[in-house]
Design a binder for this molecule. Structure first.
Ligand code: ZN
Length: 315
């Protein structure tokens, strides 16, 4: 086993490429690139190749010491063949990542999705270290999750297991980006909270969040946090609503899978502690009595690095 692997977190706005020490999980060096999805899939491949070359050069570690390259992409993946099947946030469809990277680097290339690599990172070196039965839920633009059973990620028959964001929580509910109605993601994501706040502002409700929105900025997790600190009624109301739905989704997962631990992560959870605390309290209250007494909750511990660390261990 060689000492290092390269982990790549391929997201809608940035590509994070890191050299990871396989024994300690330490990110030895990293390179960041802008995704610029409007320039097409070829550009994304070029950015990854350039990034890997820069990483190797700047860290002065030779290819002989590198075990593998793992890529986690925000989309649906064919792990066996290394193909990114569909990634709306990257505007990539049927992109053979393994083939493209293999033509530049003589190393094993592996592909996974973004939530799975984050869960792997947390399992190896983060909040789930020592656990082999847990669920990771990440709240950001969407709501994603990954299920780990006996130390292995559950992929399901078509590789799409863990899509908690499309759990239907209201049969006649809001339209979701996936085409269905009433999906959890349409209620509990940061974007859902944004839409609720914006809708209320348009109707003339007042909120201190307006102080941060000058110059056409869009609502961020840190603006939500600052508004809560100032006890803003509208923002608290919208966050409570999202928390109510997310806790229902979590209770369903807890009852259905009976994990030992639930990890919550993502921008909204990291920035807004009120949201995290409220959600786990409600999730416990909504779960069946026996799992409710045993379930543990933790916040994700690796932040932005969880994906690259996990990607380094794809195989
Ligand atoms: Zn949906």
């Amino acid at each position: 086993m060689k000492k290092f692997s390269i982990g790549i977190d391929l997201g809608g706005t940035k590509i994070l490429i890191a050299l990871v020490n396989r024994e300690t999980g330490e990110v030895v060096h990293h390179v960041k690139k802008k995704t610029k999805k409007d320039k097409g899939p070829k550009n994304i491949i070029r950015k990854m190749v350039e990034g890997i070359e820069e990483l190797i050069e700047e860290s002065s570690i030779s290819l002989e010491n590198i075990q593998s390259i793992g890529v986690g992409a925000a989309g649906q993946v064919d792990r066996e063949n290394g193909i990114l099947i569909g990634a709306p946030n990257l505007d990539c469809y049927d992109l053979n990542i393994r083939e493209h990277l293999s033509s530049h680097f003589n190393l094993p290339i592996y592909l996974g999705n973004d939530v799975e690599i984050a869960a792997m990172g947390e399992m190896k070196f983060g909040a789930a270290k020592g656990y082999d039965d847990f669920v990771c839920v990440f709240v950001g633009t969407g709501v994603g999750s990954s299920i780990v059973k006996n130390g292995k990620i559950i992929h399901g028959a078509t590789g799409t297991a863990g899509e908690i964001g499309h759990m239907i929580v209201d049969l006649n509910g809001r339209q979701c980006a996936c085409g269905a109605h009433g999906c959890l993601e349409a209620y509990a994501s940061r974007s859902a909270i944004e839409k609720r706040i914006e809708g209320a502002l348009r109707k003339g409700r007042h909120s201190v969040i307006l102080d941060y929105l000058e110059g056409g900025k869009s609502i961020s997790s840190s603006m939500i946090q600052k508004s809560i600190e100032r006890e803003d009624e509208l923002v608290i109301q919208c966050v409570n609503e999202a928390s109510e739905y997310l806790s229902g989704g979590l209770a369903s997962i807890i009852n259905f899978i009976n994990p030992k631990l639930v990890i919550l992560g993502g921008g909204l959870v990291e920035a807004v502690d009120y949201f995290y605390k409220n959600t786990i309290k409600k999730a416990r209250a909504k779960s069946l009595p026996v799992p409710a007494t045993k379930i543990e909750f933790k916040k994700a511990a690796l932040g932005d690095y969880s994906g690259v660390i996990g990607a380094a261990f794809l195989e």
